[in-house]
Design a protein around this ligand. Structure first.
Ligand code: ZN
Ligand code: ZN
Length: 366
């Protein structure tokens, strides 16, 4: 299924939910500086923009003259403002129109940027709002899930086309290039992130960047990659072996696969985030490999590759239906090799929806 153009995104509905959060905090408006949050609230996808949402829902989108037409096209239902310094212009507008308490994204605005805003704010009080839009973004609507599903399907198809081509002698860089070309061929807007192609001893490096190392018979080969579709990011990892697996390779693979299944099965509305991590981690620990699984179990994914919620031992909070997350345990033996298996899934009432459907059996290549 190819998505032609953006599906109907309910930007106005998102702004209505944001207005309710503003009322809870006694804010008369929020100036949104994060470009991802700007896109989420208005659909505008240019590289310079900011949004002012008022307590009554009135929304101004500021961008510079390079993007005037694009903004009118992508965001026809908001008030346009043309300015180079977008956040500055919107804070001035808020001050001019008598906004009393104006929220700003303290996790995005720089220290220098805040000094500028304070100089422009006049009698308007600037209030650090916390990640309000990010909180809204955690639970996805079905239009968003459709784009994630598309991004994951493209990634699955690219992997299926790649695997028959993988053989000893190809370098990690060549494999990465082929995989990335295949994702574009299958309709990706771009890459969700720089692909990880890690062979042999490098497979023990969780976030290895591809090198000119040539694949050898007996290598584990770890591929962590994803396509982007309509701004939404797929994230998946598969680990294969070139030639028949050694006993130690098959053993750690079986541990990771069992842990990954336990993590997936723990995904449910209301499940504690730390409990989901523990469900997978306890499998790795029981195999005596707990020390070799150093990272968290997974993360939210959407307009950014890493979003809330984090699935880790120290995460507070619980899962909510409609939240896409990754489940990605790994075991890494330094100098020898490592295995990670990662899927993107959506938390649903009942069983989670699996978006990355490539087999998780140990694939023996070449
Ligand atoms: Zn990944
Ligand atoms: Zn991930």
């Amino acid at each position: 299924v190819t998505v032609s153009g953006a599906p109907d995104m309910d930007h106005a509905g998102r702004r209505t939910r944001l207005v309710a959060l503003l009322a809870d905090r006694d804010l008369d408006g929020l100036v949104v500086t994060s470009l991802v949050n700007v896109r989420y609230l208005t659909g505008f996808s240019g590289s310079n923009g900011a949004v002012l949402v008022g307590a009554d829902g009135t929304t101004h989108l500021a961008t510079d003259s390079r993007y005037t037409e694009q903004a009118a096209d992508e965001s026809p239902d908001v008030e346009p403002v043309t300015a180079r310094a977008c956040t500055d212009a919107l804070v001035e507008l808020a001050a001019r129109t008598g906004v009393r308490r104006l929220g700003f994204e303290a996790h995005v605005v720089t220290v220098d940027g805040l000094q500028e805003l304070l100089a422009l704010a006049g009698g308007t009080e600037l209030v650090a709002s916390g990640p309000l839009v990010e909180t809204l973004r955690t639970v996805k609507d079905e239009a968003e899930v459709a784009l994630l599903r598309e991004a994951c399907a493209i990634s699955d198809r690219a992997l299926a086309d790649l695997l028959p081509q993988v053989r000893p002698g190809l370098t990690e860089r060549q494999v990465a290039r082929a995989l990335e070309d295949l994702m574009r061929d299958h309709g990706a807007d771009g890459l969700a992130f720089d692909s990880i192609v890690a062979s042999g001893p490098y497979s023990a490096v969780p976030h290895h960047a591809p090198t000119d190392r040539a694949l050898e018979r007996g290598d584990l080969l770890k591929l962590d990659f994803g396509a982007r579709a309509g701004g939404y990011h797929a994230d998946m990892t598969r680990t294969c072996v070139l030639g028949e697996p050694a006993d130690w390779q098959a053993e750690i693979y079986a541990v990771v696969a069992t842990a990954q299944r336990a993590g997936r099965e723990a995904l449910a509305p209301g499940a504690a985030l730390a409990h989901v991590d523990a469900a997978a981690r306890s499998v790795v620990e029981a195999a005596g490999l707990g020390e070799r699984f150093g990272h968290g179990l997974g993360h939210g994914v959407g307009l950014e590759i890493h979003e809330a919620p984090l699935l880790s031992a120290t995460s507070a909070g619980t899962l909510v239906a409609g939240t896409p997350v990754t489940v990605e345990p790994g075991v890494y033996l330094p100098g020898r090799g490592g295995v990670r298996i990662e899927d993107t899934l959506v938390v649903r009432d009942g069983a989670p929806e699996l978006l990355t459907t490539s087999t998780k059996d140990l694939l023996v290549l070449g």
